[in-house]
Ligand binder design. Sequence first.
Ligand code: ADP
Ligand code: MG
Length: 382
Amino acid sequence: MNLSKGEREGAAAEVAVSVKNVGMRYGDFYAVRDASFDLPKGKFLTILGPSGSGKTTLLRLIAGFGQPTSGEIFIGGQPVSAVPPHKRVIGMVFQKLALFPHMTAAQNVAFPLKMRRRDARTIADQVERYLDLVKLGGFDSRRIHEMSGGQQQRVAIARALVFEPDLLLLDEPLAALDVKLREEMQLEFRRIQKELGVTTINVTHDQREALVVSDEVIVMNDGVIQQRAKPVNAYRTPENAFVANFIGVTNFLAGPVSSVSANEVAFRCAARELRGVSVGSGPAIEVGASCSGAIRAEQIRIAATPDRLGTLAFQFAGEVIDAIFEGERMVYEVNVAELGGVSLRVFDHDPIGHTQFLPGERVLVGWNPKDMHVFGNNHSQN
Ligand SMILES: Nc1ncnc2c1ncn2[C@@H]1O[C@H](COP(=O)(O)OP(=O)(O)O)[C@@H](O)[C@H]1O
Ligand SMILES: [Mg+2]
């Protein structure tokens, strides 16, 4: 993989964590394969991927729990393997918080400092400071089993940070929380990380979380890093079909390539010729080979009449199959006969007119070719 602009800029800053060609093999199975990245000091990185993609394995190796079967990891320039786990200055929060339920919030937060034999005055000051940081000032004598899920989460964060680690590792700590609390805690993580400037690696399968909290995102699948980018770039310019599919709601239209020029690709989809741009790496896009055009649900317009679609270069007649009211938007499934009867998912925000199309209605859908990303297909996908 070539270095992205972000990676080159990162190389100039002080590197906090360096992962070099790391692999983790169990028998014949690679849980992580040839993973490499540098993380500049003070950045918030999220490793995003589906369940089983190797996120926890990679995070545990960074924490120094177990040795990679190949490659090496450096923290602050030192090989992790050279430092025993209890000597590493790493804060961790996992999905299972492992708080002491019958102890108070303050006793839980004090624990890492007691382990490190800090004096009583320092412990009291630090505990107060970090409980304030997570907005639990005044809760110091509350016992863990008397606290809500969100409050317990805050205690766990305070405990992970109270000894001022060089690195904070988070393994899906928010996965068990309900949506509203999870979204609130995502913003809290971001606020706290910005306030302290602690280098953070967060692991999640939740794309929204990755986009919201991170300076940078690494997308993983089947143990392999698919893309490393700033959230907006992972979303807008996915490197391959996996990333395009995993982040956002994406429609794929497949067909044989008819022409390629610069980074524009034309391909045949049933009765029509479509065009799009090729931005990623991955399988080659050659005339005659199969490709997939990816278009996001929010980049497709839906309307009753052509004047409402304006100047969009591609327009198709379709029929509404399903219409789902999601509050702030409508989600439609539209069948397009001209494109081989494909069903397209379309988001529609119409805060002024409140238009709602009904199943069975004839509509038009359209998009701009520049919003369609074309990826070469592997032979196995044909
Ligand atoms: N100790 C192990 N022995 C064998 N396979 C393992 C072991 N640990 C993890 N794996 C496998 O490695 C893959 C990645 O696991 P994991 O890193 O936990 O994924 P994630 O955190 O992304 O869900 C999974 O297929 C898992 O079954
Ligand atoms: Mg995991």
